[in-house]
Ligand binder design. Structure first.
Ligand code: SF4
Length: 364
């Protein structure tokens, strides 16, 4: 008994907290809310598996809708990019719809690469969210592989949830393996939203659904939260498919394309990890993979610093190789009709280009 009391006195405060939630609230599991925004579209399978292994119940906010965007935009200042405003909206949605949450999960992503960073908005996310009115406890971890291994972040997160170091390491091992399977599934050609749906429903990945061969093949560039949040992007991919296009995204490309660093020039160095991935993909399609696509579309959020810089570089390269390129900048005021017109004209231009190339080849 005495030994038990002594052990309890030495327990870290967050461990006591976690146990208290379970005992006082008569709840079997800690309940954590996950906003369906920003890095949800990149890391959700990782988070879901990790929380499952740590015996935590998760609640995901609904798909983005008008109210979520409006509430988020109201909290965000004018020049803030749309994805962060949408993130605010999802946090507020979780608070309103799930008042019984013990925590809202707001990770801090600093760096996932040894030579690049996430956008500064990700670095400050937990601090900014804490300033929203009435936010419950924030559950967070910091991923910064430049300074410490991811395992350390998982151990500290697990401690907050009342789990031991060995439980955390075991959970991390299983999560890494699951996440690898998920990435393999995407690289085999599975569309991201399809794969995310399987993860959410707890289904196994199985076979990649066959895509019907289309006459026009497009590479769609951009951050996951721009490309796969269909409310925010006004169902952009469906609009392309309706025009008879096959769409590929970075997630579907082989891992080898992302191994070599990109050198822009001696004066300009890109510090943003995701933008580096975009340029690595483009490098392939400008060179060896030139014949594999008919055009490139870059979907950017208004007021996004990192994307606007590299979009300019990509546009110059596209002109040199003569590959059709469309840059679409979106915000909460983007209209459906205008967007459709731009897509239609772009596709028409590609069709004409293909026709004229075919005619030329016949005359030769
Ligand atoms: S990369 Fe751009 S769109 Fe994404 S959070 Fe940063 S500023 Fe916003």
């Amino acid at each position: 008994m005495q030994q038990n009391a002594a052990m309890q006195q030495n327990e870290p405060a967050n461990l006591k907290d976690a146990k208290k939630i379970q005992i006082e609230g008569q709840k079997s599991k800690i309940k954590v809310g996950i906003p369906r925004a920003l890095h949800f579209y990149r890391f959700f399978p990782f988070w879901k598996k990790l929380f499952e292994e740590l015996d935590v119940e998760i609640v995901i906010s609904s798909r983005t809708n008008k109210r979520i965007v409006e509430e988020g935009a109201f909290q965000g200042f004018g020049e803030l990019c749309l994805p962060v405003k949408v993130y605010y909206g999802h946090v507020l949605h979780l608070m309103r719809e799930h008042p019984d949450l013990d925590y809202i999960f707001v990770p801090r992503y600093v760096s996932e690469w040894t030579d690049g960073y996430f956008c500064p908005k990700f670095l400050s996310l937990p601090d900014v969210i804490r300033c929203l009115p009435g936010v419950p406890k924030i559950l967070t971890y910091t991923i910064n592989v430049k300074e410490e291994p991811i395992a350390n972040a998982i151990i500290s997160l697990a401690r907050t949830l009342g789990k031991s170091q060995s439980e955390a390491i075991e959970a991390y091992k299983k999560t890494k393996e699951y996440h690898r399977q998920y990435q393999r599934f995407l690289r085999a050609g599975a569309p991201v939203n399809y794969a995310l749906r399987l993860v959410e429903q707890g289904k196994s990945f199985g076979k990649v659904p066959k895509r019907r061969a289309k006459k026009i093949r497009l590479l769609l560039l951009g951050h996951g939260y721009n490309l796969f949040d269909n409310y925010v992007n006004l169902d952009f991919q469906k609009k392309l498919r309706d025009q008879g296009c096959e769409v590929i995204t970075l997630e579907n490309l082989p891992e080898e394309l992302f191994k070599e660093p990109v050198v822009i020039n001696r004066r300009f160095k890109n510090y943003w990890g995701h933008e580096t991935e975009i340029m690595q993909a483009i490098r392939y399609f400008l060179t060896k993979g030139r014949k594999e696509i008919d055009g490139v579309i870059f979907l950017i959020s208004f007021a996004c610093g990192p994307d606007s810089l590299i979009a300019e570089l990509i546009m110059r390269d596209m002109k040199v190789v003569g590959l059709p390129f469309l840059q679409v900048i979106m915000d909460e005021h983007t209209g459906e009709a205008g967007l459709l017109t731009r897509i239609e004209s772009f596709i028409e231009m590609i069709k004409r280009k293909k026709r004229s190339m075919l005619e030329k080849s016949i005359h030769i």
